[in-house]
Write a protein that binds this ligand. Sequence first.
Ligand code: GLN
Length: 447
Amino acid sequence: TRNYLETIKEKESLNAFLEVFDQDAIEQAKKVDEKLKNNTAGKLAGMVIGLKDNICYKGHAVSASSKILENFESLYSATVVERLLEEDAVIIGRLNCDEFAMGSSNEHSAYGAVKNPHDQNRVPGGSSGGSAAAVAAGLCLATLGSDTGGSIRQPASFCGVVGLKPTYGRVSRWGLIAYGSSLDQIGPLTNTVEDSALILEVIAGSDQKDSTASTKKTDAYSTASKFEGKVKIAVIKETFETDGLDPEIKKNLEERIESLKEQGHTVDYVSLDILDKLVPTYYVLSNAEASSNLSRYDGMRYGYRSERAEDLESTYVKSRTEGFGTEVKRRIMLGTFVLSAGYYDAYYSKAQKVRRIIREKTDEMLRDYDFILSPTTPKTAFEFGANDNDPVSMYLEDIFTVHSNLAGTPAISIPAGFHSNGMPYGLQIMAGSFEEKKLLGFARTLT
Ligand code: GLN
């Protein structure tokens, strides 16, 4: 723990941590040491873990990297945090992210961007940018992030680490600051697939406090072993026609496919002709849910209140105007628009229908095949400011990741290689719902 605390200080310029819980972490580490001596320590004894700043930890600040939650302290711990502590993990601090987990670059944090440890002129990805950078830079052993449309896997890809988004409902969302409630999942970012499996084993499972947490039995994910047998893999044909797909990333995938075939696995190109509808569907639904979830930040109940507020109306307006950043406001407006009476049918309800089709087609594909393989992202990490004037081009980069959030299926990003520009990038594997054990086993085979 001390070693990590020192490294965090040395690498402060990355801006990965918003706050380090040094006292608490040292105390907890001492307790775990005692338990280790008495042979009573839990599964995660000594694992030093950081939390994305949208996961509540009782008695500690949590802000979702937003000014509107400045000085807010969690009144209770997220279920995942309780489960980590029960197994004797050491929680070392809270990690920078895009404000309310909205973004793909960590540039939308009220506390400044996180830098990519592989090249400090480039973004770490987002929204769990601090979580990915911290693991890549050795600031802690593992972190938790949240993934609504790729926020664990995309930064994992950009920083060269492993990122897992579990099946919707596999992990309790109690104590996670909501973005898009029908899409959000908490998951681990780690150096290895084995660490990812161990953490999932601890945090997964039903929870009385979250009715969307599945009561389906969890598996012993940490025992997921490498695959001996042959598997059937689908590659979505349209993947290769994606606008802006980097030629090196494309070539890497093609080579991977060839090598899998040589090993005797079946790899088929299957069409998903609605691939280009994924991003628009995701942004309509996630923004609609966000506009509803974020209505609670009104300057009255908790969080930031404008000093210029004079009455109820101006408390709402001024607190929200001053408290939220530009990207969050853009999404609240978009979400409110698609939910408004005149446009509901044209956008929100249409997107729900498209989502059902996506889910059905994906489930069908995953009945015929064990896995769907794709790049995690079409490109490597970009330079700061590259997408400043064009939010849509940033949104379009989520094309491969939003798929599993819309379908509810689990997906993992594992390091695939390095680009000639020096940056790492990931390979994404998606499996059927609740097939995390199989997914982790296959990911181990490929790493
Ligand atoms: N980039 C996506 C968005 O901005 C994903 C965010 C997320 O998964 N939290 O919505």
